[in-house]
Design a protein around this ligand. Structure first.
Ligand SMILES: Cc1cc2nc3c(=O)[nH]c(=O)nc-3n(C[C@H](O)[C@H](O)[C@H](O)COP(=O)(O)OP(=O)(O)OC[C@H]3O[C@@H](n4cnc5c(N)ncnc54)[C@H](O)[C@@H]3O)c2cc1C
Length: 431
């Protein structure tokens, strides 16, 4: 395949250059990771007058935040019935409300900071891969309307042509509140907003160890980094799928899972319109799902968990062909379309497939977005920053049980991923 192993979004964005200056001796808050979580937190804290240093092992937005599909989605990875049976009505209501607010939060930051990232409230479309998946849509829409006062529109197969130029699905569900954006431009814009607000970002600065240590009578943390030591009163971890042994307690609770994306060449206007007449953010109802959308310059961006392992040259190359075949199954019209770009990134799944935030071992954290992180990571960054600043913000994800692996059979190295991959494929076959 002639596609470049490169992230298409990065060809469209300009990142601020964070100067390579020495680390400060002491800050109020050290934030680990310069993605949506860390930068959203840094922006909030800097605006509150805190001295903030964002430590990023690679470069600004290097992680999932520049590599994703740019789908700004309502809801959570788990279905509403599962959420209600696990957490009860009240807590689930608060979680769902937070998922809606997270989209407003992204929109408000973009407006306030004037970030040109093609944000548009285009809505999302979930398509049913099987008849029984579609049969459940009406029930879900009814629960969402009744419990959360939020409207989802169910689309029957005969009406689906107005939403998608594919024949393979049994119907769909539309949520008009979801949005789309260019994630690389968004994360670059967030970084500019942080710098403008007075936060400092240190690229190529890996936090290696974190230990409790007092400084001039203040309790806090000594952080050893690849570029020397630093002291911080508070530490906030926003490392998501790239969480490492630097924070072993968190690493043991997260499974890093690879997700991969291809984008085609720019498509003729009529073809692009035929494929996605309403320009929705689209994903299917499988466990091993495909997600896809048009880019603002009319390429088809098509993603999925083609390999479960995180991105390497090998998994990216293999995924390119698997995804191209998947894309042609959905859209035979694209069989001659050239694939221009392919790349991968790493998602973080908690064992209960829920977002989690709060404190662990005395450090603040927000993780576990499970592929729903564009809006939720922005929201959690802001909410946890408010908590650090001394507020008591509403955050239904703080304090919910955060399970580790069953029987503690996991040290952060996901040996079971091939089995998990096979299991999800099996579930898609039988359910
Ligand atoms: C291919 C793909 C497609 C996706 N599509 C969507 C989508 O369409 N919609 C959606 O809502 N979500 C999607 N997601 C998920 C979403 O991108 C993530 O949930 C979100 O970007 C997480 O942001 P973050 O800031 O928490 O983490 P990241 O953006 O992953 O940033 C973590 C950063 O931490 C740094 N880091 C790690 N350890 C250290 C250390 N010790 N010291 C210093 N720095 C460190 C890493 O270098 C990295 O830059 C997708 C993810 C992937 C991979």
């Amino acid at each position: 395949m002639a596609s470049q192993e490169q992230n298409y979004w990065l060809t469209t964005a300009e990142f601020p250059k964070a100067e390579a200056r020495p680390l400060p001796d002491r800050v109020d808050v050290a934030i680990i990771g310069a993605g949506f979580t860390g930068l959203s937190a840094a922006r909030t804290l800097a605006r509150r007058g805190a001295k903030v240093a964002v430590l990023e092992a690679e470069t600004i937005g290097w992680g999932a935040s520049s590599r994703n599909g740019g789908m700004v989605l309502t809801g959570m990875k788990l279905g509403v019935n599962q959420l209600i049976s696990r957490y009860g009505r009240d807590l689930t209501r608060r979680m769902y409300a937070a998922s809606l607010q997270s989209i407003d939060c992204v929109e408000q930051i973009i407006l306030e900071e004037g970030i040109a990232c093609d944000f548009v409230r285009c809505g999302h479309l979930e398509v049913a891969f099987k008849q029984k998946h579609f049969d459940d849509y009406a029930r879900q829409a009814e629960v969402i309307a009744r419990e959360f006062n939020h409207q989802i529109r169910v689309v029957r197969k005969i009406d689906l042509g107005a939403e998608i130029g594919s024949e393979i699905y049994y119907g769909g569900m539309v949520d008009e509140v979801s949005a789309g954006l260019n994630p690389a431009r968004y994360v670059a814009g967030l970084a500019c907003a942080c710098i403008k607000g007075g936060a400092e970002i240190y690229e190529r600065t890996r936090a290696e160890t974190l230990q409790r240590e007092s400084h001039q009578g203040d309790a806090g943390w000594k952080i050893l980094t690849s570029r020397g030591p630093m002291w911080a009163r508070d530490v906030f971890i926003g490392t998501s799928g790239y969480t490492s042994r630097t924070t072993p307690a968190l690493q043991r609770k997260l499974i890093p899972i690879g997700s991969f994306i291809i984008t085609t060449e720019v498509l003729p206007e009529a073809l692009a319109h035929e494929l996605s007449p309403r320009n929705r953010m689209i994903y299917d109802s499988k466990n091993y799902l495909y997600y896809y959308r048009l880019t603002p310059d009319r390429r088809m961006l098509f993603g999925g968990r083609a390999a479960f392992f995180p991105e390497t040259d090998q998994t990216i190359r293999r995924s390119a062909e698997i995804l191209r075949r998947g894309m042609i199954d959905v859209y035979p019209q694209l069989r001659h379309a050239k694939v221009d770009y392919v790349w991968g990134g790493t998602l973080d799944f908690a064992f209960d497939i829920m977002p989690h935030a709060g404190q662990i071992d005395g450090m603040y954290f927000a993780v576990g977005y499970a592929g729903h992180g564009v809006a939720m990571a922005t929201y959690q960054g802001q909410r946890i920053a408010e908590l650090i600043a001394g507020d008591r913000p509403e955050n239904p994800f703080v304090g919910i049980p955060f399970p580790g692996a069953p029987l503690e059979m996991y040290s952060g190295k996901p040996w079971f991923l091939p089995f998990a991959g096979a299991w999800y494929k099996f579930l898609d076959w039988v359910s």
